[in-house]
Design a protein around this ligand. Structure first.
Ligand code: SAT
Ligand code: MN
Length: 592
């Protein structure tokens, strides 16, 4: 397939170590995909679904102990501990290689090693970067064929550029105690053992496109971010692009695919989707930022996805999709998850493979959920009805606004705007959000998650902040920066803001601010909308409710500022860029 010696030596090294019975090159062809699908179906690794109702779709269950990213077992193995910084787990690289090699020894005996050449970004785009993943999982191959651009043209492209990210994955024994997701940024290398779950094993995604790429971006003057990219087409045909950073399972896919409320669609507004998870962003010659989505598909959270919350995502899953850890209905060859509709199957299997029916309860009368809360669909981007015509644009799309957002029951208002780039970097750095099922560990605990990159920054986060600050200085026309929070709760624990499609009303204000056509209220935390400037037409939502989430309670924010100071000083101390301490001091002053 290739004569490139670096590639061949890499494969040879790990084939000798892991001793697979066979080696198969993945060429990206439909025919090979069909063959692998049949093979995986014959061993039970996947189940083929109803060809009429869900053509080309398959179902997969991961091991019960392997359903989410494992942050405590994820390492940045930079040469120095400082290179990984205070927010990452670190292991000395030679020690890590030694330990991993030992676990990987003969791990593929009796198995096949698949070689996946893939591209993040369209092959040949100035943004594109290439990788080769070795894996013993057909499930991984099939997912990578959706999430990335797989094929022999990648080998030609590597041949010319000579650079690629090495990825080694083996399920080994799916042993939790020996599960490691290790990154060697200085070696362009990812080594993932003992898992078979999405973010741990689809090495093009978080491991490459965020952890390794963020390091490369730091060195090469660009940004690799945990951001969706959407386009808003206005009635006059003009399209403005917004990127948004939100932690995992906080609605990036829903925002990226939103359908505006009727008051907007009637006028001719339309939202198009460029990406739902990752943005690679570069300065353009015109002093603006340009973004591409390096992925080729969506790895979305299934529960809660329905015709009302996200019809575009649901439509994306109707063909050529891999469903993981949702409910399986053998009789019809279909799938189901909580929040899909109000008609759960009566005769099904839950994500663990146990007999299950809607409304089933345990001995204590508690409802047993059929789908894992982090169950997923892997769907080709081209399936999405709202996919942007610019999705494949090799030059990317120009960014008008950057949004940061977390899941916060209190404190953070619906939306506010940063004063300038430096203040915007501060706003991103103080992001906090309640944890979700996307990673193992407790759910619902507020933690600091700067720029939604806490689990994904492949180098020292203090350097990452400095890099953001430096990027801004190079831009003559930087995007404006905003913070949003769709998740404020009332005293009864209900969401106040309707969210989903109605988030368009907030995006509308954001665009108006970018175009300088609407005033704002200057508050201690930033510019906030005048309540009259958020369009509530056609919405059952009172001005009082709106005012209640467009607040900046000084006492709450004084506590918040203290919390930020603790985070800054205990995590980063004097390694944190002084500009951020200055922004914190200025915030405190405005709160007096
Ligand atoms: O499992 S993934 O890391 O790919 C998804 C996510 O957590 O955002
Ligand atoms: Mn994500």
């Amino acid at each position: 397939m290739t004569k490139n010696k670096v590639i061949l030596d890499f494969i040879d090294q790990y084939a000798k170590l892991m001793t697979p019975d066979n080696i198969v090159w993945i060429d990206g062809s439909e025919e090979q995909k069909q063959r692998l699908t049949e093979e995986a179906a014959s061993t039970g690794e996947i189940i083929k679904l109803n060809e009429k109702l869900l053509p080309g779709c398959v179902y997969h269950r991961t091991a019960v102990n392997d359903v989410a990213r494992v942050e405590h077992r994820t390492f940045i193995c930079s040469r120095t501990k400082d290179g990984a910084g205070p927010t990452n787990n670190w292991m000395e690289p030679q020690e890590a290689y030694k330990m991993l090699d030992k676990i990987a020894e003969k791990a593929m005996t009796g198995r096949t090693m698949y070689i996946i050449p893939y591209s993040m970004g369209k092959v040949g785009s100035p943004f594109a970067k290439y990788g080769i993943e070795l894996t013993d999982s057909i499930y991984v191959v099939l997912n990578m064929m959706i999430m990335t651009r797989v094929g022999t043209d990648v080998l030609d492209a590597i041949g010319k550029k000579g650079e690629f990210v090495k990825g080694v994955h083996s399920k080994v024994q799916l042993d939790l105690e020996n599960r490691y997701i290790c990154h060697f940024p200085e070696d362009n290398m990812i080594y993932s053992l003992n898992s078979g779950y999405g973010g741990n094993v689809l090495l093009g995604k978080k491991c490459f496109a965020l952890r390794i790429a963020s390091y490369q971006a730091w060195k090469q003057n660009w940004l690799a971010e945990h951001m969706l990219i959407l386009g808003i087409e206005k009635p006059n045909g003009e399209i403005k692009y917004i990127t948004g950073a939100f932690p995992s399972a906080c609605g990036k896919t829903n925002l990226a695919m939103l359908i505006p409320p009727e008051t907007y669609t009637k006028k001719g507004y339309k939202v198009t989707t460029v990406g739902d998870d990752i943005a690679w962003i570069r300065p353009g010659k015109d002093g603006r930022l340009y973004a591409i989505n390096p992925e080729n598909g969506f790895f979305g959270v299934a529960p809660g996805t329905n015709m009302k919350s996200n019809p575009n995502a649901l439509a994306s899953t109707r063909k050529n999709t891999i469903f993981t850890n949702v409910v399986y209905v053998p009789k019809t060859g279909t799938v189901w998850w909580e929040g899909l509709d109000k008609n759960p199957p009566t005769d099904a299997e839950d994500w663990k493979g146990n007999k299950w029916y809607g409304g089933m309860t345990d001995a204590d009368g508690n409802i047993i959920k059929g789908a894992n809360p982090n169950s997923r669909f892997t769907s080709p981007a081209i399936n999405c009805p709202s996919i942007s015509p610019e999705f494949e644009n090799p030059e990317g799309v120009p960014i008008s606004a950057i949004i940061f957002g977390g899941r916060r029951a209190k404190a953070a208002p619906l939306v506010y705007e940063a004063y300038n780039w430096q203040h915007g970097v501060f706003v991103g750095s103080i992001m906090a959000s309640e944890t979700t099922a996307a990673a193992t560990g407790a759910v619902g605990v507020v933690r600091h998650d700067p720029m939604a990159m806490l689990p994904f920054c492949g180098y020292n986060m203090a350097d990452y902040f400095a890099h953001w600050l430096a990027m801004g200085k190079k831009l003559s026309n930087p995007p404006k920066i905003f913070n949003v929070n769709w998740f404020r709760l009332d005293d009864n624990g209900n969401f106040i803001w309707p969210g989903f499609g109605d988030n368009m009303r907030v995006l509308d204000w954001i665009l108006q601010r970018c175009e300088d056509v609407v005033d704002a209220v200057d508050t201690p935390i930033g510019y906030m909308p005048k309540p009259d400037d958020i369009n509530l037409e056609g919405l059952d939502f009172t001005k009082d409710q709106l005012v209640s989430i467009l607040d900046c309670d000084k006492d709450t924010w004084k506590q918040e500022a203290q919390e930020i100071e603790n985070f800054y000083t205990t995590k980063f101390g004097d390694t944190l860029p002084k500009e951020l301490y200055e922004e914190l001091a200025a915030l405190k002053k405005r709160l007096v």
